[in-house]
Design a protein around this ligand. Structure first.
Ligand code: NAD
Ligand code: UGA
Length: 456
């Protein structure tokens, strides 16, 4: 029975995942270690460095009991029986595979650190999303072990989505554990199953071999992103033909074989993982001599890029082919609602394209304004940051809604309209608002995949 768990990496995955394990396994000491001292201090003070509903309560319930955050990675490796590796695995920006392959430098440093500092038999659990056969590479690093050291590598990819991390962890659709088909591998799987089984029904805990588990994670994200690109592709046809994407999504989503989820057309998917993981899959296909399969998945990312460009093109076209000097209020900068995360947010590319048109931007977001400020820094005098959406819209020629925050639905749009320039434009990039009502107020309304509502 495992009694000491270490997680290396206190990010969006490591922090919440370990807090939930600590909650359900009060007799297991859970330590989360990270090289980022600021992050560690924030977690350890009970004020998590990320915004996630319900997270603070779960962390505080176990802090000081069986949950601890530390910067001393090496010492903690020596104490642990099971080590989760939850470091970042971004897309490589240099050398071979740049722009596609996963950058494995953080992961490899961690593997080497485990090799050097482990003092007892350790089960190493890949929590990060990694290319297929990474566990095998890790095992090769561990082959250089000293006498008496023993390592067993498992793959346990994480499927939580930001904004719903705690509910996803508390009641996952499934937990996936991949391990070697040897007696030692199966025993290690058994130890990890026992941890999850404290709160996850056994039938939801799926076991597999390591590379099937690794590939399943990439495939799951690719399928989800593909649905978003598919509905966005249909939204482009809707705008050309007068069909309404909401009706189309409802009609196709009612087919139980298709299902209703992930059919929301919008400004394109964002977040730290969809694009990175598909590009990783594309690289894997190319590497394995499957160029046709690579092109198939690459099209999902290309379409996503096109959707963002298309949104800006429509803005320029309907606003009389010029945005120069016009003030545009951007409602939302986070890549989705209920998170402060701005990584790969569609808002980034959209803002850059609007700035290239010499527009003045006023960005508002309930949780991601710091992220937005950090992104633009002081590099542009044409960007302002405004926590209050009413102020952001004052004197604006257009409002562009980019994140589906529920509070944007209940704003007083008459008040917003009254404070804007005329003609007032509203671009709903998430199909969140009531277009008819906004048009009745006086806005010229353009929503993704929906007919224009305009008097111009
Ligand atoms: P993150 O960037 O938020 O966190 C990673 C942390 O690892 C950082 O705090 C970093 O300082 C730390 N780190 C890097 N190298 C280290 C080292 N050598 N020693 C100690 N700490 C180190 O990343 P994240 O969003 O938590 O993602 C982690 C992994 O989980 C990625 O592979 C990602 O693809 C995957 N994933 C993410 C999500 C998500 O919603 N964000 C969901 C499922 C899977
Ligand atoms: C996604 C997956 O849903 C998780 O299962 C996975 O663990 C995670 O990636 C990961 O590996 O990091 P996340 O990126 O947090 O989670 O958020 P999603 O809810 O999947 O949304 C991703 C993007 O797609 C967002 O920009 C969202 O606005 C967009 N989206 C989603 C749409 O445009 N339409 C939809 O119908 C659904």
């Amino acid at each position: 029975m495992i009694s000491r768990i270490l997680c290396i990496g206190a990010g969006y995955v490591g922090g919440p995942t370990m807090a939930v394990i600590a909650k359900h396994c009060p007799n297991v000491q859970v330590v989360v270690a990270d090289i980022n001292k600021e992050r560690v201090a924030a977690w350890q003070s009970g004020h998590p460095p990320i915004f996630e509903s319900g997270l603070q309560e779960v962390v505080r319930a176990s802090l000081g009991r069986n949950l601890r955050f530390t910067g001393d990675v090496e010492h903690e490796i020596g104490e642990a029986e099971m080590i989760f590796v939850s470091v970042n695995t971004p897309t490589k920006t240099f050398g071979q595979g740049a722009g596609r392959a996963a950058d494995l430098q953080y992961w490899e440093k961690t593997a080497r650190s485990i090799l050097h500092h482990a003092k007892r038999p350790v089960i190493v659990v890949e929590k990060s999303t990694l290319p297929v056969r990474t566990a095998e590479a890790m095992e090769r690093i561990f082959k250089n072990r000293r006498h008496g050291q023993r390592f067993e590598v498992l793959s346990n990819p994480e499927f939580l989505a930001e904004g719903t991390a705690i509910t996803d962890l508390e009641a996952p659709d499934r937990v996936l554990i991949g391990g070697a088909e040897t007696p030692e591998g199966q025993a290690a799987i058994g130890e990890l199953v026992d941890i999850y089984a404290r709160w996850v029904p056994r039938e939801r805990i799926i076991t597999a071999n390591v590379w099937s588990a690794e590939l399943s994670k990439l495939a799951a994200n690719a399928f989800l992103a593909q649905r978003v690109s598919s509905i966005n592709a249909i939204s482009a046809i809707c705008e050309q033909t007068g069909a309404d994407i909401l009706s189309v999504a409802r009609a196709i989503g009612s087919d139980r074989r298709i299902g209703a989820q992930f059919l929301k057309a919008g400004v394109g998917f964002g977040g730290s993982c969809f694009q990175k993981d598909i590009l990783n899959l594309v690289y894997l296909c190319e590497h394995n001599g499957l160029p046709e399969v690579a092109r198939y998945w690459e099209a999902v990312v290309n379409l996503n890029q096109y959707q963002k460009e298309r949104f800006v093109r429509r803005m320029i076209r309907v606003m009389f082919n010029t945005l120069a000097g016009k003030r545009i209020a951007l409602f939302g900068f986070a890549f989705k609602a209920n998170t402060g995360d701005t990584r790969e947010s569609p808002a980034i590319q959209i803002c850059q394209e609007l700035l290239a048109e010499q527009a003045q931007l006023s960005i508002t977001d309930p949780e991601a304004l710091e992220g937005a400020r950090h992104f633009f820094g002081t590099s542009s005098e044409r960007v302002t940051f405004e926590p209050d959406p009413y102020k952001a819209a004052e004197g604006a020629h257009a409002v562009a809604l980019l994140t589906d925050w529920a509070e944007y639905r209940t704003l007083d749009y008459r008040r917003i309209y009254d404070a804007m320039e005329r003609p007032a434009f509203l671009f709903d990039g998430r199909n969140l608002l009531d277009c008819e009502e906004l048009h009745a107020i006086g806005f010229n309304v353009y929503a993704i995949g929906r007919p224009d509502r305009t008097d111009l």
